[in-house]
Write a protein that binds this ligand. Sequence first.
Ligand code: SAH
Length: 251
Amino acid sequence: MVNFVGAGPGGEDLITLRGAKLLGEADCIIYAGSLVNPALLKMAKEGCEIYDSAKMTLEEVIDVIKRVEMQGRMTVRLHTGDPCLYGAIREQMDLLDELEISYEYTPGVSSFCGAAAAINAEYTLPDITQTVIITRMEGRTPVPEKEKMHLLAQSGATMVIFLSSSLLEEVQEELLMGAYTEDTPAAIVYKATWPEEKSYRCTVGTLAQTAKENGVTKTALIMVGDFLGDEYKRSLLYHPEFTTEYREASK
Ligand code: SAH
């Protein structure tokens, strides 16, 4: 049996209860050492085999899982944040299907949630935007032509940019080709929810400079959009004049 588990964004108490229980039961843990907080490994039971997948290929990961499976033991494959974003889990699940090894998937708190918490932000504000775009700049992994950042930027919606903190000159350029201006508010959150978390408010025009001044080159999220500004409308859901399924409007 294999359990894919979301480790959460960093803070060691931000894994789910289910994830923590599975970590404690695992005979083998393969964790993404580049981003998973190693403090989580304290939950492992004695004798648990531990591997850092940052130093392994997909084939090596699957070989370990196969061997542990043949011994009738359980592996936790621990991914940073929630595995559904940039987690490379699909290719693992497909190989496990081929090998007829069963698995379950326990979600985690993604870093884009941790980063919002770090700066007390709400991505979806009435009258400002009701959409969050999660994307990245092209690196060695290509981004499909139709999803180039300047095209996504045309909506002016909230944008959360992963895997791109070393490419901020290009990010700025792409954003400015869309609906954002030099003055559109932006933020950089480094290591959200880790003890060394840092956050910087800036604008689209000063993203690259802000990262440079503060030495941020990795493990950061870039947030862009007017949700970081001061204007918005209050919600209808909690408005006294608005009737909902659960509450009558006051006259
Ligand atoms: N599955 C993960 C994302 C993995 S991609 C998730 O759900 O969060 C790795 C990228 O995620 C990093 O380059 C960085 O952009 C972002 N990231 C991961 N953890 C982070 C954190 N604690 N703070 C800020 N960004 C983080």
